[in-house]
Design a protein around this ligand. Structure first.
Ligand SMILES: [Zn+2]
Ligand SMILES: [Zn+2]
Length: 338
């Protein structure tokens, strides 16, 4: 089979790789229906995360089950499945508590930009749809495997409630999905922090009621102006930089909450500032598996359309161009078709 391999920053190649095989009795092999490039794939692409040796890439997927290990009974060959970027047995204590992305047997997916993928912990990880959904739903279901699930988690972690005010920091795919989530969870006012005009337009389409283009001090001042001088009930941090985290913390009102789902890079939180702010914080990799049945249903009924975050569609063999387009901000998120 063929798939994407990173060799060095900026160097993604589409190569012939060994076909994945069942190596554990709990594995499944899927044939990729569609996959994509994630904002977090840009960290190694930009050299922010080191690439010690060439390795496959990708953690977002939907596909058709090809083969299952002897312990996998929940899905069977031929079914269309959606899974999380973090695999889980769905039976350990952490899974039962709803934090499947901290499963004691967790393995992160990392080989999904390929024609076939081995899914560890397939029994607990994969959810099959009723029949094969129409191709028009595949982008939305693909988004559920990470960015939509992550946006949902941002809203849950930031305690978005009906009637509340939510600020979303970040207008990438996760930020846009966080706006969808905030709307679905009943936020009355959704303030998108975005400086890019095409993304502002999409943000409004997905649920944002206000746009704040300012950043830093001015950004905080604008949020306060819009929230009676005190800050927002909920802030959904979807970037992972020190600037974004600081923006998020200072945009929440006393007693408000920050949900941070951008993988932090060089982020340090000032203990004194946090202490005196009365702001609650929760973050981490999204427990996507917990949300899968609900989010799959919302996509298939048309309640949400997270597939709209894909503004570039390429054949899988052009994966290098997909990275380049996202790196150069010519695309929000690139979908890849094997
Ligand atoms: Zn991702
Ligand atoms: Zn578990």
């Amino acid at each position: 089979m063929r798939g994407a391999v990173i060799h060095a920053p900026g160097d993604i190649r589409f190569e012939t790789l060994d076909d994945p095989k069942i190596t554990h009795s709990t594995d499944a092999i899927i044939r990729t229906a569609v996959t994509c490039v994630c904002g977090s794939d840009l960290w190694p692409y930009r050299g922010v995360e080191p690439t010690a040796e060439p390795h496959p890439m990708g953690h977002e997927y939907v596909g058709f089950v090809e083969e299952v290990g002897p312990e996998v009974t929940a899905v069977k060959p031929g079914q269309f499945v959606v899974g999380s970027f973090a695999t889980s047995d769905n039976t350990c204590a952490n899974c039962r508590n709803g934090f499947q992305s901290n499963c004691v047997n967790r393995e992160f997916m990392s080989t999904c930009q390929a024609e076939y993928v081995r899914i560890p912990n397939a029994q607990g990880t994969l959810v099959a749809t009723d029949g094969v959904p129409g191709e028009e739903f595949w982008p939305g279901l693909l988004a559920v495997s990470d960015v939509m699930g992550t946006g949902w988690w941002a809203a849950e972690a930031a305690e978005v409630r009906p009637g509340s005010t939510a600020v979303v920091v970040g207008d990438g795919a996760v930020g846009l999905c966080a706006m969808i989530a905030a709307k679905e969870r009943g936020a009355e006012r959704i303030i998108a922090m975005s400086r890019h005009e095409p993304r502002q337009k999409l943000a409004r389409e997905l649920g944002a009621t206000d746009i704040v283009a300012e950043r830093g001090e001015q950004g905080v001042a604008r949020i306060k102006e819009l929230t009676g001088g005190i800050g927002a009930d909920s802030v959904l941090e979807c970037v992972g930089t020190p600037e974004a985290m600081s923006q998020a913390l200072r945009s929440a009102r006393p007693g408000g909450s920050v949900g941070f789902v951008g993988v932090p890079h060089d982020v340090a939180v000032d203990g004194q500032e946090l202490f005196f702010s009365h702001v609650g914080m929760r973050g981490g990799p999204a427990p996507v598996r917990r949300y899968l049945p609900d989010l799959i249903d919302r996509v298939l009924t048309g309640a949400i359309e997270p597939g709209k975050v894909f503004d570039l569609v390429l054949p899988l063999e052009q994966v290098a161009e997909a990275y380049k387009a996202m790196d150069e901000r010519r695309a929000v998120k690139a979908l890849l078709k094997p």
